[in-house]
Structures are given as structure tokens and as C-alpha cells.
Design a protein around this ligand. Sequence first.
Ligand SMILES: Nc1ncnc2c1ncn2[C@@H]1O[C@H](COP(=O)(O)OP(=O)(O)OP(=O)(O)O)[C@@H](O)[C@H]1O
Ligand SMILES: [Mg+2]
Length: 271
Amino acid sequence: MVMQQDALKAQQDEKKLQENLSRIKNKLIVLSGKGGVGKSTVAVNLAVNLSLKGYKTGLLDVDIHGPSVPTMLGLENHKLGNDGEKIMPVKFNENMKAISIGFMLEKPEDAVIWRGPLKYNAIKQFASDVNWGELDYLIVDSPPGTGDEPLSVCQIIKPDAAIVVTTPQDVALTDVRKSITFCNHVNIPIRGVIENMSGFTCPHCGKTVDIFKKGGGERISREMNVPFLGSIPIEIDIMEKGDSGNPFMNNHRGESESVKAFEKIISKITK
Ligand SMILES: Nc1ncnc2c1ncn2[C@@H]1O[C@H](COP(=O)(O)OP(=O)(O)OP(=O)(O)O)[C@@H](O)[C@H]1O
Ligand SMILES: [Mg+2]
């Protein structure tokens, strides 16, 4: 009897999950082998820019231990509500809403100390118990590597494609291969690789310095036979806007190299 009830509950949960996911047209996961290469920056700015282009967009932050989305969107003090049935994501603008464990913490400095199964369950709730509504895009920001969080996303949400972010130097590139192998393993097609922090042009003297080298992301893409989406330079504005909660692709005026590069990347993603 208990087993029958369990099976029924599992069936109902699966139905709820599939109903929620069926209302999302494109699900993209942003991954990287290494930490700190700019996944959250890419995920946040991609989501914001898609929403400004008129796409209904959701941003799901599955970085349980180090969520950056609330800060990068300037929504640190926002908490999740509910509509009596489902969790309501936090609204960034008319077309964009976001979910992050950061919206559930009492204080931003609180640490979440969870093992794999708890993270799996949290991600399942984010996918099935959140009122995402109809979405053109769901962008998923993950922590670095190929651990519990991206694996759970791949099992539960089954993204249509992955965007792999790297920096150009060899230590980061070794780990990019792992991200690509991971995607092949879980059958997630790779939309492409982005090389972030690719060169820095001094705003004072105009000289360009390749702080982390250049071209490694494109080389790896060729070697591993996956598309290359483009390079984004290091710009102080990207970091400052990330810190201040006003993403650099939000109502930009289109003048900087990074904005132009990111626009090109987005046009390849939406094509
Ligand atoms: N192109 C860039 N130019 C300047 N600063 C950048 C650039 N890309 C990212 N940053 C900055 O680098 C820092 C790390 O970026 P971000 O948090 O997006 O990386 P991440 O890969 O998500 O890190 P984690 O692995 O911890 O999740 C942030 O302060 C961000 O603002
Ligand atoms: Mg991050």
C-alpha cells in the first residue's frame, strides 16, 4: 500500500515537472571547467539581454554554495514569494525572472552545507515547483566543474544545449575539455565555447595586453569539434557593473568592445 502511494506520488511529481518544463522553449546551461572564468557574468548578461530583446526569460542559479545572481542583478534583498501553489521567482524586468538559493538565505553570508541528494532535490524544486510561466529561454548558471549541480540539471531539466565558458590560458583549457566530455556523456549538445577575459586594452594608453593569453578557446573548440561563439575582452566596466547589480548588457549604449562581442555571441545563440 505504502509502495503504491510512493509510486503514485512519484508519478504525480514527474507529471508536474514535465508540465512546467513543457512551457519552456529553450533551456540552456552555462558551464565551465574552472571557477571564476565568468559563467555567472555570461549567464546573467545573456538572460538580461534576451529579455530586452523581447524574449520571455528565466534565469536559474543552481550555484548552491556560491550564488552570484542576486548580487549581479541588484536583487540581494529580495525574497521568494508564492502564489498559493507555486514559488514565485523574483522579477528583474517585465520579461525576466530569476531564482537563486540566495533569495532563500536569511543573510547573504549564510552558508548552505548540503550534500548531493539535497542539492538534487532543491534543483528539482526549482524546476517543478517554481511558477516560471511560458518562457522563450531558461538560462541556467552553474558552479564550476562537473559535480552534483550540473549533473542534476542535466538529469532533471535536460537542457537543449550547453554554453561552455573559459579563459584563454592552458590551466583553464584543460578543464574545458572535461566540460565538453561531460556534455557528450550526458548527451547535451554544445551550443558553443565562449572565451572570456580575452585580452585587455588599457583605457589610458590604448595598448592591448593578453593577460591570460588569447585564442585558446577557439583552438580547443576546433580540436574538440564544437562551435566557437566568440571572445569577450577584460573590461573594468564588466566587473564594476557585476558588483553594482547593473549587468553590462542592460540598456547598454553599444559602444564598448565587450558589448559588441557579446551582441555577436547572442546572435549566434538565438539564430
Ligand atoms: N570580461 C570580464 N572583464 C572583467 N571582469 C570580468 C569579466 N568577466 C567576468 N568578470 C569578473 O570576474 C569575476 C568572476 O566572474 P563570475 O563570477 O562571472 O565567474 P564564475 O565563473 O561565475 O565564477 P564561479 O566559478 O565562482 O561561479 C566577477 O567579479 C566578474 O565581474
Ligand atoms: Mg558563478
